[in-house]
Design a protein around this ligand. Structure first.
Ligand code: ZN
Length: 480
């Protein structure tokens, strides 16, 4: 009897010890980051982002998929921010499948987004640009490779976050303007009340049609010894431009500048693994770097403006970074849901009209908005009545990240931040797919470029309330 009791005690002790070590492992927070080069292997290559295609013949600065893997000992998640204008869902899904195979991180614990640089190869067909299948394959493989390398580089780490404000570099680009000064839309309509990019101090300008989000959110990861490993930043700025492709735009320049500011940049003592700076795009569907209410700034050299903006935003990020409180361990959670959104399909009459316009156009390069949008109408003739949109919420301790697969308007991001139960929330757009612009129903009524039906703007007018509702539900799920 006594020996049996001893055995029980021994077993109990052994079980407790096992539990203790499992709990210990669970309390180790790990992080790994890697910047995977995704510059195309061959040139020239199509570049999208404009009404006409551009051919890139050189590399101004390299493109990257900047990857961060976090691991709280209970679950792992990965974020990959890619220097691309927009990435269709099929590519992201294929990259996730590969990454899952290599790392075991479930597909629904991976967020992939595009920065929205307008100086990167086309991977989704928009306006007059079409993807290069070889680059699509390369990008798919390299996103997965980046996540796999970040996963392999995980080390015990601490994490913290902070938010700075920068209202100097972001402006709402949609302006109310006197009706007779607003040009007709591409469908010959005269109902637009707002105009995108109306020109500096143009006659009849009234005021911007929406707000900006000035937040510069900073999530920082350090080794236990205090060495900076990665910074994932978030700012709601469309892009800067003013440079010949290929270029990562200010997103790449920010990554370099923030590395210098935290003492991990070029010239710093070689660190292994290398520090990874990441700038993700917030909700910038209607916000860019141009203040149309003022005189134009003095003409700058190519890339000069990008560097200036990157420096300004990096200084804001660095100021927030210096007051971050680090946690040795925080809980991670991630929730994902797919919702159906209606499609603004063209009517029969609109398709007939569009075919007439294209038939009369000089080929192969279409001129002007009317012709370009007529072709878009024809290409949308067979769109399904609904499309699926994938939404995600991530919890990192008391910070939340929300994602949308659209060029989301700033006021939607602000609304989500206001209504979030988390003290700090940021949003990553153009994530996990590409479903075009996302104006609010009120902004749809005002018209303007972002509302004109094309492959770059096609989800139903009521999409943003549906997306906001679902994202708030996902926040409740990850908060549990
Ligand atoms: Zn855009």
């Amino acid at each position: 009897m006594k020996s049996l009791r001893c055995l029980c005690l021994l077993l109990f002790t052994l079980i407790s010890m096992t539990e203790l070590s499992a709990a210990d492992t669970a309390k180790t927070f790990r992080a790994g980051a890697f910047a995977q080069d995704i510059t195309p292997k061959k040139l020239p290559i199509s570049v999208n982002g404009n009404m006409r295609d551009t051919l890139a013949t050189k590399v101004h600065d390299p493109l990257h998929a900047r990857c961060l893997v976090l691991d709280d000992g209970r679950m792992k998640l990965a974020i990959a921010v890619c220097d691309s204008c927009m990435i269709p869902r099929e590519i992201m899904d294929a990259a996730k499948q590969r990454a899952t195979k290599a790392t075991g991180i479930p597909e629904n614990h991976i967020l992939i987004s595009a920065t929205h640089t307008h100086e990167a190869p086309t991977v989704g067909g928009v306006f007059q640009s079409d993807p290069d299948p070889d680059y699509v394959q390369q990008l798919t493989e390299q996103i997965a490779e980046g996540i796999t390398k970040a996963h392999a580089l995980r080390q015990p780490a601490k994490i913290g976050w902070g938010v700075g404000k920068n209202s100097e570099q972001v402006f709402n680009r949609r302006w109310f303007r006197e009706a007779d000064k607003i040009p007709a839309d591409p469908f010959d309509g005269k109902t637009d009340q707002v105009q995108m990019n109306p020109g500096y101090q143009s006659p009849g300008l009234i005021k911007p049609a929406g707000p900006i989000d000035p937040d510069v959110t900073v999530i920082a990861v350090q080794s236990l010894g205090g060495k900076p490993l990665a910074i994932l930043a978030n700012y709601s700025l469309h892009y800067v431009g003013g440079v010949e492709p290929l270029s990562a735009d200010y997103f790449g320049a920010f990554a370099e500048r923030i590395a210098q500011l935290v003492g991990a940049g070029a010239g710093a003592e070689k660190v292994d693994p290398a520090f990874v700076g990441i700038m993700s795009n917030g909700t910038s569907g209607d916000c860019n770097n141009i203040n149309f209410g003022k005189e134009p700034p003095p003409k700058s050299q190519p890339y000069e403006r990008i560097k200036l903006v990157a420096d300004s935003v990096a200084q804001t990020a660095f100021a927030a970074y210096t007051s971050i409180k680090y946690h040795d361990w925080v809980p991670l959670a991630m929730a994902e849901r797919e919702i159906e959104l209606g499609v603004r399909r063209p009517s029969e009459a609109e398709i007939v009209r569009a075919k007439e316009i294209v038939a009369q156009a000089k080929q192969p390069i279409l001129q002007g908005l009317k012709e370009v949008y007529a072709r878009e109408t024809i290409l949308m003739a067979n769109y399904p009545p609904t499309v699926k949109a994938r939404l995600q919420a991530i919890r990192i301790g008391e910070l939340a990240i929300l994602s949308s697969p659209c060029e989301t308007f700033a006021e939607i991001g602000l609304d989500l931040k206001r209504r979030s139960p988390f003290p700090t929330t940021c949003t990553i757009e153009l994530a996990n797919g590409y479903n075009g612009y996302l104006p609010t129903p009120e902004q749809h009524k005002l018209g303007g470029y972002e509302t004109w039906r094309a492959r770059s703007s096609y989800v139903e007018v009521d999409s943003s309330p549906k997306i906001v509702k679902t994202l708030l539900e996902l926040l409740t799920e990850v908060r549990k």
